[in-house]
Design a protein. Structure first.
Lengths: 242, 82
């Protein structure tokens, strides 16, 4: 999946800022970006630990970690409920919630964890979502899920929506299936990469205090991006299964 | 890298972000103005207006970000140089 291969031409803008420098692993003949995998495993581990903590001692009156987990699930299932609707949203809560939490923690892990303390041979550890391969994988996952949901709901009648309201719109409707994952992945990738680049460049110019408001803005923007990604995923699913 | 191609790429990268920022800038200004108006008229609806505003602002910002992606791909993954 090398749509934009940011690998062959890497460029070091200045000391400390580099784009397209990767730490390669060779796995079964594929060369993968190791720094992305390390951070993703960290995020997945964190999510597993949090969910185990939240569900280990279930009580009727929740307290501590259980009520924290319930609050999070309440928020994320509201995303699905607002888009998909009261009657159909329940089976989609796990997918939408997983997307939201995974992307949120991926975005946050770039700014909040002092990865600079870990030295890699090439490249550096950062948010996994600033690699376009991660975001395209997530966007294609959304495509697969809304196709699957639509076909499971309506069978082959799902494809009738391409010629509605008139068959003239067929090319536009087909094109939409390609632009959806494209815009989803580019939006997330561009926003996170822009955040991290701005902070890195500012840190080089003025190392103290001045980058802090930009970091806070990036922190806020990455929350909104996670929200938007999951909201749009839920909206596409709602469109397919309605 | 050919010097003509590289200079053209740098100019194109600057233009793609700069031009892509114009439209969303106007749009975000309009949206924020309307949101402020709505809050001034109905202060009790502030929370829902704020949520909708943030979501739509992020959608508009995505348009500039597409320009940024084009600029980045022109700078770091230029298809005409290899």
């Amino acid at each position: 999946m090398y749509l934009f291969n940011l690998t062959n031409t890497s460029l070091v803008i200045s000391e400390g800022v580099s784009v397209g420098v990767h730490y390669y692993w060779d796995i079964f003949g594929f060369s993968v970006h190791g720094q992305v995998f390390i951070v993703i495993w960290f995020v997945v581990l964190l999510l597993i630990v949090l969910s185990l903590l939240g569900t280990s001692k279930l009580e009727r009156i929740p307290s501590g970690s259980q009520s924290f987990a319930e609050e999070i699930i309440q928020t994320t299932s509201d995303i699905a409920k607002n888009q998909i609707g009261e009657s159909l949203y329940r089976p989609w809560i796990p997918f939408v919630s997983t997307l939201f939490l995974f992307i949120l923690l991926c975005n946050w892990s770039g700014a909040l964890v002092p990865w600079k303390l870990l030295e890699l041979p090439h490249g550096e550890l950062a948010a996994p979502t600033n690699d376009i391969n991660t975001t395209i994988a997530l966007a294609l996952l959304v495509s697969i899920f809304y196709f699957g949901g639509g076909i499971r709901k309506k069978g082959l009648g799902y494809f009738k929506r391409y010629v509605q309201p008139t068959p003239i719109l067929l090319p536009i409707n087909v094109l939409e299936d390609f632009t959806k994952p494209l815009s989803l992945s580019f939006r997330l990738f561009g926003n996170i990469l822009a955040d991290e680049l701005t902070v890195s460049v500012l840190v080089i110019l003025v190392p103290l205090i001045i980058p802090l408001p930009i970091m806070a803005l990036g922190f806020f923007a990455s929350t909104v991006q996670a929200l938007i990604f999951s909201t749009l995923a839920a909206a596409y699913i709602a469109e397919a299964i309605e | 890298m050919d010097s003509l191609i590289s200079s053209a790429s740098v100019i194109a990268a600057g233009l793609s972000v700069g031009l892509a920022a114009i439209g969303p800038g106007i749009g975000q200004g309009n949206a924020a103005a309307s949101a402020v108006e709505a809050i001034a008229r109905q202060p009790e609806s502030e929370n829902s207006v704020r949520g909708t505003l943030l979501l739509s602002l992020a959608f508009m910002e995505a348009l500039t970000i597409y320009g940024l992606v084009v600029a980045l791909s022109v700078l770091f993954a230029n298809p005409f140089t290899s």
